[in-house]
Design a protein around this ligand. Structure first.
Ligand code: DAU
Length: 371
């Protein structure tokens, strides 16, 4: 059997990271070193099943710690990096951008510098095959109107502190390729959903609020549009790019599932009505609610809220043969099923500072609604 190749993954304990690490380890080809700071969005239960696996090594630490990152390169001699560690929640970046600058910009710079030093010292063959894949977001392109799609040619126009920090990190990655020849790749993906997503993001927040009979807070009129992709489809795209793409390439990735927020929340409610009937769920039965949709509330909008995201994935399809495989309703069902069957994970995610965040992000919106 061929010897396993070691990969360094940053942010492997977050939502997309968890799904990617599990995919890489179970594929049998790689040994994964996961560097993760285990901030609020990481859940220790997410990868607990990999503990003790010879192909999985967890390192708790920060990507801004140059000494640690360089030591990991030297010790593990990875064939490449999947760089996912990031602060990712737009609403948190609006409250304070400090952590976003540190992790997304300084952290990415630190990873690039450590990777460059390591890569410089590799023998020619290993140097050629090394890849630094930076996982980014379509939010760097700003907002679309009713028409059009983001592509690799779309100019950067980030609108939130979060997307500004991701745009800055993308520019550093690009510059390290252009200036030093570091074999980098960038993927800019649309909104992910699926198992293990921290419940500050729209889909898991709505599922969990609904099941506990709490309001479903839809920002503004619910007319903003997002283009949803099941997390496994995204992870497959990222792995394919890592294994097949030419250094310096960038790919936008999306599954062509555009939905207005209000329509999506209604769809979640209909699926929940069927999968967890309100008559069987105490929080709803006690209040005589017949459908989860009765919990929907329009609340004060997100400042600077981007109207629409939509992706034209033609390049990754043409060059790498990638296509999304999971249909939207099937993916939503799978996601809801996963949250229904993982109460311990939800319990863990809801501990710590989660309640404080919910209070900070939603209390003022509710007050405005009453006016
Ligand atoms: O497009 C890719 C991006 O998608 C990623 O780069 C980000 O890390 C990820 O968080 C996501 O950004 P969004 O801001 O689109 O995701 P979020 O889940 O926060 O919100 C989705 C939409 O739902 C957005 O239009 C805001 C709205 N929303 C969100 C929340 C949390 C609500 O109406 N109510 C809510 O309570």
């Amino acid at each position: 059997m061929a010897e396993k190749q070691t990969i360094l993954v940053t942010g492997g304990s977050g939502f997309i990271g968890t799904n990617l690490v599990r995919r890489l380890v179970s594929g049998g080809r790689y040994r994964v070193v996961n560097l993760d700071a285990l901030t609020y969005a990481a859940n220790p239960l997410s990868l607990a099943d990999l503990d003790g696996s010879p192909n999985y090594i967890f390192v708790k630490g920060n990507i801004t710690d140059r000494g640690l990152v360089s030591a990991l390169f030297e010790e593990h001699q990875p064939v490449g990096v999947f760089h996912l560690a990031a602060e990712t929640h737009v609403d948190r970046s609006i409250v304070s951008a400090e952590d976003f600058l540190q992790t997304n910009v300084v952290g990415t710079y630190t990873m690039l510098e450590a990777a460059r030093t390591y890569w410089d010292g590799l023998p020619a063959a290993r140097k050629d095959s090394f890849r630094f894949l930076h996982v980014s977001s379509d939010e760097v392109f700003g907002a679309l109107g009713e028409e059009g799609y983001f592509s690799e040619e779309t100019p950067y126009a980030p609108n939130s502190p979060y997307s500004a920090s991701k745009a800055a990190s993308d520019h550093f990655v690009r510059a390290y390729h252009h200036t030093y020849g570091l074999p980098t790749l960038i993927t800019n993906c649309s909104n992910n959903y699926g198992p293990y997503q921290f419940p500050e993001k729209m889909i898991p927040l709505m599922i969990l609020n609904a099941l506990s009979g709490k309001p479903l807070p839809v920002y503004g009129e619910g007319a903003n549009v997002r283009d949803w992709i099941y997390v496994d489809d995204h992870c497959r795209a990222v792995q394919l790019a890592f294994e097949k793409a030419r250094p310096g390439e960038t790919y936008v990735v999306g599954a062509g599932n555009e939905r207005r927020n209000i329509d999506l929340v209604n769809q979640i409610c209909s699926l929940l009505d069927e999968m967890a009937p309100p008559s069987e769920v105490h929080a709803l039965r006690a209040r005589g609610l017949k459908s989860y949709a009765e919990l929907i509330r329009l609340v004060e909008d997100r400042p600077g809220h981007d109207h629409r995201y939509a992706i034209d994935s033609a390049r990754i399809t043409r060059q790498l043969g990638w296509q999304a495989e999971v249909g939207f309703e099937a993916g939503l069902r799978r996601t809801i099923e996963w949250y229904l069957s993982h109460p311990e994970w939800i319990d863990q995610a809801s501990r710590g500072s989660y309640g404080e965040w919910i209070e900070k992000n939603y209390a003022w919106r509710a007050q405005k609604e009453k006016k």
